[in-house]
Each structure stands twice: as structure tokens, then as C-alpha cells.
Write a protein that binds this ligand. Structure first.
Ligand code: ZN
Length: 342
């Protein structure tokens, strides 16, 4: 299995975010990359640089209006007197049916869901390379590899078609799934991040060709609050093609694996030609977010269970924050996956 990663992905360096109104250091730190690379190498994987794919595969998911905003907003923001260095929104439309604003402040509120995705001078490039890592990983699978790993950073699963949020700018898992659709009739996305993959759900909510399944801490009292509940099943053609499995806070390996087995039964019923694994490692018991209690050996069991599907897989890095075991948890997942992969 190959790792896809480009050095440019490390340059995005957000300084802070608001948590319950308090100013906190932003946990989506460049150092995550070092730990994850170490973890991948410890599992015997070799690192390859992705190809520069241009905006085509990104605009297959994100709107041109959003891409134009994201590319130019940092420079525009610098002309606002008294503005912060990083682009951080402070006003949001309560509904998205009003007029699209011309101003940088209005557009930031329109295109950014929360304060946790500050945009700095390096963000655009880092986000593009992160997406291109996902595209290259999908291409490797379409060329015959049984699995590949995209070390995507910044992460992606909270990004909607035209909204950034939760440390995410481009939805790398959605971009990989759409790329796989070139040769796969049906693709399933299995999201094991601590947080609900609300952006991914939003992108495919009315589609039947991409099944979205997410296991996460119950959003009734946890980010992203407004999405991730069990009664969200898709709409229109997509009704029945979205499956949420919210778990009680601090759920352990046993509870997690039980939910995973229900998730995988649904994936098997869909019979996908390929899968995308949205691999967050923040369900870990000592992750700073503290939402669930998966252990390091637990990640190996999660990897084994998903590998038993026997489908070509693109593994896309999502969350998982700085703690001593971050790299070990990736190694554990990849070794578990590799031990059962065909
Ligand atoms: Zn997460």
C-alpha cells in the first residue's frame, strides 16, 4: 500500500479557534503530519508525492463560487482595516436563501460554518495538495492497487459543497469517492472519525450511487450538533443511502465494533465496487476531544473488520489530534487492515 502526501500540505498553520466561546490553540496542527507519516512508515508503507491534478476533480464536488472565494479571500481580507490576520467569520446567514453578499466579511460568513477553519496565506495550496493526495490515492486503486492511503491534511469530512467547517476546506473523502465513480458504479464511504461526517453526508444526501455511513459520538451534545442523528436517512433518490450510527459518549471498543458491524452489514447490502474509508483517529480514548474510548488495539480490529469486505479501498485521513499514540493508532489500523485485505 502506498501513502500519498505532499510537503505543501504542512504549510497551513491555523492559530486558534473558539471552543464554547473561549479562544483556544487550534488543534489541527502541522505536527500531526509528522506523527502520521511515522505511523504509516511503521506499518511498512512508502510515501509517494501526488500528481498536481488541477481544479477538475475538486470542482466535481465544490462549487466554482466557493473555489473562487477560497482562492482569493486571504488577499481580500488583508485590505480590511482592523481585520484579523487569518480569515475568521463573525456573521452567518440563518438561512442560505438570501442575497449572496459582495463583501469579504459577508462571504466569509456564507462559506464558513464556524471559527475552527481560519484561512491563512498557505491554506489554499495546502488544501489543494490535500485533495490531490486523495485523487492520486483513488487513481492508484483504479489502476489495480487493492488499497491506498491518502495522508490528507487539512482534513475534509466537515466541508460541504460550498462551506468550510471543523478544520476542513475541501472534502477529500467525497473527492476520492467521486473520482472512483469513473470506474466504480457504486461507492460506499465509511466514516469512522469521532465526529459525524456532516459535509460528506451533505454532498451525497440526494444520491443513490454513493452510500454514506458514519459512526460517531452522538451529536445531541457534540459537534456538529445539527447533523449526524439516526433519523437522517437521505432525501429524494438518496433516501435510504445515508446511515448514521451515533454512539454514547465514552463508548469503548466493544460498543464501537458492534456499531461497525451494523454499518458494514449495510455496506455489504449496497455491494459497492469500491469503498472510501474516512479514517479519523480521534475516537481514541486519549484524543484531546475525549468523545469516545477506542483503544490502540481497537483500531486494528476496526481495520480488520473493514478489510473483510474485500473491496478496493481508498483510506483518507480525517481527524485525530496530537497525543503520544497518534502515530501508533494509524500503524494499528493499517496493520489490522493489511492482515485481512485480499
Ligand atoms: Zn473528528
Amino acid at each position: 500500500m502506498k501513502v500519498f502526501y505532499a510537503e505543501e500540505q504542512k504549510r497551513h498553520d491555523p492559530k486558534f479557534f473558539l471552543s464554547s466561546g473561549g479562544r483556544q490553540p487550534n488543534p489541527e496542527q502541522p505536527e500531526r503530519v509528522e506523527r502520521l507519516l511515522e505511523g504509516a512508515r511503521a506499518a511498512g508503507l512508502t510515501v509517494a508525492r501526488p500528481i498536481e491534478h488541477g481544479l477538475g476533480p475538486i470542482s466535481a464536488i465544490h462549487t466554482p463560487e466557493y473555489l473562487d472565494f477560497l482562492k482569493r479571500i486571504y488577499q481580500r481580507w488583508q485590505h480590511i482595516e482592523g481585520a484579523s490576520e487569518e480569515v475568521i467569520p463573525n456573521i452567518h446567514p440563518i438561512a442560505r436563501t438570501g442575497t449572496y453578499p459582495a463583501s469579504a466579511v459577508g462571504q466569509a460568513g456564507y462559506h464558513m460554518a464556524d471559527t475552527s477553519c481560519p484561512i491563512s496565506v498557505e491554506t489554499w495550496d495546502s488544501a489543494c495538495w490535500s485533495a490531490w493526495s486523495a485523487v492520486s490515492a483513488a487513481d492508484a486503486v483504479m489502476a489495480g492497487e487493492s488499497a491506498s492511503y491518502a495522508l490528507c491534511r487539512p482534513p475534509g469530512h466537515h466541508a460541504f459543497r460550498d462551506v468550510a467547517g471543523g478544520f476542513c476546506f475541501f472534502n477529500n473523502s467525497a473527492i476520492a469517492a467521486q473520482r472512483l465513480r469513473r470506474s466504480a458504479e457504486r461507492v460506499a464511504i465509511i466514516d469512522v472519525d469521532l465526529h459525524h461526517g456532516n459535509g460528506t453526508q451533505g454532498v451525497f444526501y440526494e444520491r443513490a450511487d454513493v452510500l454514506t455511513v458514519s459512526i460517531h459520538a452522538d451529536p445531541v451534545r457534540f459537534y456538529p450538533f445539527f447533523w449526524g442523528h439516526a433519523d437522517e436517512r437521505g432525501e429524494g433518490l438518496g433516501l435510504g443511502y445515508n446511515f448514521n450510527l451515533p454512539l454514547a459518549r465514552k463508548s469503548n471498543d466493544a460498543a464501537y465494533l458492534e456499531a461497525l458491524s451494523a454499518a458494514l452489514r449495510r455496506v455489504e447490502a449496497f455491494s459497492p465496487d469500491a469503498v472510501v474509508i474516512a479514517l479519523g483517529l480521534d475516537a481514541f480514548e486519549k484524543d484531546p476531544f475525549g468523545g469516545l474510548s477506542v483503544s490502540t488495539p481497537g483500531f486494528a480490529l476496526i481495520g480488520e473488520a473493514i478489510a473483510r469486505l474485500g473491496r478496493p479501498a481508498v483510506i483518507v485521513q480525517e481527524g485525530g489530534y496530537l497525543c503520544d499514540e497518534l502515530g501508533d493508532n494509524l500503524t494499528s489500523f493499517l496493520n489490522g487492515y493489511g492482515s485481512k485485505a485480499r
